[in-house]
Design a protein around this ligand. Sequence first.
Ligand SMILES: [Ca+2]
Length: 209
Amino acid sequence: MNAVCSMEVHLQRFVSMNVSYSWIIPMCLPTGYLLDSSQNICQDIDECVAEQSTCAGGQICVNLYGGFTCVRPECPKPKHNTTYMKTSAHQCERTPCHVGSAACLEAPHSVSFHYIGIQSQLPVPRVLFTMTAPRSLGDGQRFTITRGKGQRGLEVRQAGRHRGELFLTKSLTGPAEIQVDVEMAEMSAQGLLGRHIFTVTLFVSQYPF
Ligand SMILES: [Ca+2]
């Protein structure tokens, strides 16, 4: 990664010898950061807010620590009489099923996409993402990691009657991109009412800032 450097000049005067002496210390920080001199820390530049991103039309800008990325969430492809349509930039919902199509009725009701930038070696435990039922039909929800469950350090837990949390139990070292799917199953006394998939992509930065 390239670095942006500035020079800091330090000056000292040797009184007894009546001479001045100066030296220069280079201050380097990776691209994508600004030096916050009041706190002496590297501050991420939010390229999405600053409109410095070059995302194409239809793409969504996601700010990351030390950079940004452009994403274009895509709905699941039609399969077994099951189709999805985009209901927002981040969400797809299943279209009404044909009568008698069991495969369609068993498919998830919605798929939503979430992008999270985190720093490398983040202290743990830490909640990364909270999932809530958009409308509560059932008696409760059950949360399960259905894809990427082999990824160490990521777990889900019930955090309330209609809420679940994806949380980090082990520090992740970047740069890395990790994708997990979390399923929220809406349950009633009669059984499963419906399923919702949260596709979560984590972008772990190269540095711990
Ligand atoms: Ca950034």
